[in-house]
Design a protein around this ligand. Structure first.
Ligand code: UD1
Length: 425
């Protein structure tokens, strides 16, 4: 039977929580190890479903993958003989598309089942394909099998201007360009923290990637890369989720192992809503402390590419604003269909109206418990935030989505005083 979370809400979150390694960096860096052609050791990996799925995928391709204590993974890609990445696990997670860039660069050929993952709009990959083609690859779509085939006897550096700013396309084409002859210049790229982290990892393996974190990335191709040990950055979205949950429960939480500069847009909105946000350094790591004692003020939020307010936190932020004083207007600029959580929030008593990409949230004084269903990972996070702040008991169903991206969620929340249980349905 499927599991669900049972949450007795309206408990103030208090105490300390330590943030795990970044999911979105991990799902790019794990496939990127293929480029090393030698063993790599990854540290600070989150123990989440997406990481376990990638472990299985690499093993099925022929790599040796071991997870050791404390979130370490050793990957030896030398056993990979096949170029066929069309087995079912591949299409079960969207980020498996990074195998396109990595395998194309390492082996000159790949066949990939098209990605699944969270259902938040159409999510095309035309920009990835445009980039590979510009590097000289032949890319065919087999519509009957839903499989993409990319092949190149050799890749050549090129100048590529992306039509839209895409995290996935930036990383994927950056991976492929590490092995192209000459220099590749990528314009209009995404600047998210995990892009910089992936570029740093590629450089540790011997690639020459410059400019990650700006609008333009230059990659000087190389023929040989090497294994390395690399520690993944803390998760920006998990950090934001706990910051928002602290404020939503009128709590007081110290969030450790964070990179405060990644959180500026979220800090600004929480401050605007009346929460207190303090940044500190305990000598070992940075932390953020979020305190909220009163009913928040309504604020307007527009999702933007980094360093703007992240779309992945739009849903948890909406749950927080459901009990704010006044009308909050939330504009979703990245994905056209990222309001699936609204219907569920209404079940808990929220007053939200959606018109295309704009949600108007009229704050109510309290949410109340009920049965709600996650439709994607961050919608799930939104329902957890809502349930933590709601009066009474909420059962959050479809928690498989949440397990894809939040390490030790129930342990971390319980340590902060939440009453939450994973129940077998
Ligand atoms: C990544 C993140 C996801 C986050 C999103 C936006 C990972 C594994 N996932 O997803 O958590 O919500 O960035 O910050 O890192 N687009 C195109 N053509 C393309 C690619 C994208 O039109 O070829 C459009 C998409 O439909 C979307 C926008 O560009 O509207 C941004 O998508 P993108 O940045 O690519 O998101 P993902 O990489 O899928």
């Amino acid at each position: 039977m499927p599991e669900y979370f049972s949450i007795n809400g309206a408990r103030r979150l208090e105490g300390q929580v330590t943030i795990s390694g970044a999911k979105n960096a991990a799902v790019a860096i794990i496939p990127a190890t293929i480029l090393a052609g030698e063993p790599c050791i990854l540290e600070n990996l989150p123990q989440i479903q997406d990481v376990r799925s990638l472990q299985k995928i690499l093993q099925k391709l022929g790599a040796q993958v071991e997870i050791t204590a404390g979130g370490c993974m050793t990957i030896d890609p030398r056993g990979i003989q096949t170029r066929d990445a069309t087995f079912p696990e591949i299409s079960s997670m969207r980020a498996s598309y990074y195998l396109l860039g990595a395998m194309l660069a390492a082996y000159g050929e790949v066949e990939l089942a098209l990605p699944g993952g969270c259902v938040i709009g159409a999510r095309p990959i035309d920009q990835h394909i445009k980039g590979f083609r510009a590097l000289g690859a032949k890319v065919y779509l087999d519509e009957d099998r839903n499989v993409l085939r990319a092949q190149a006897a050799r890749l050549r550096g090129a100048e590529i201007f992306f039509d839209v700013v895409s995290v996935g396309a930036t990383i994927n084409v950056m991976l492929a360009a590490t092995r192209a002859e000459g220099t590749t210049v990528l314009h209009n790229v995404a600047k998210e923290p995990h892009i910089v982290d992936t570029a740093n990892f590629l450089n540790m393996m011997g690639a020459t990637v410059r400019g990650a974190g700006t609008d333009e990335i230059r990659v000087h191709g190389t023929t040989k890369m090497r294994g390395c040990a690399y520690s993944i950055i803390p998760d920006q979205i998990e950090t934001g989720t706990y910051m928002i949950a602290a404020a939503a429960t009128r709590g007081d939480v110290i969030i450790k192992n964070v990179i405060p500069t990644h959180m500026e847009a979220v800090c600004a909105k929480l401050l605007e809503s009346g929460a207190r946000v303090m940044q500190g350094d305990d000598g070992k790591e940075f932390f953020l402390r979020v305190t909220q004692t009163e009913r928040p003020r309504a604020v307007n939020v527009k999702t933007m590419v980094y360093p703007g307010f992240p779309t992945d936190l739009q849903q948890p932020m909406m749950a927080y604003l459901c009990t704010a004083d006044g009308l909050s207007v939330i504009t979703e600029n990245i994905f056209e269909n990222r309001f699936n959580h609204v219907k569920e929030l209404r079940t808990l008593g929220a007053s939200v109206n959606v018109n295309k990409r704009i949600a108007k949230v009229k704050g109510v004084s309290n949410l109340r418990g009920g049965d709600v269903y996650a439709t994607d990972l961050r919608a799930g996070a939104s329902l957890i935030v809502a349930a933590l702040s709601a009066q009474g008991t909420t059962r959050v169903h479809n928690i498989g989505y949440i397990d894809r991206g939040y390490e030790y969620l129930e342990q971390k929340l319980r340590a902060l005083g939440a009453e939450l249980e994973r129940v077998k349905g």
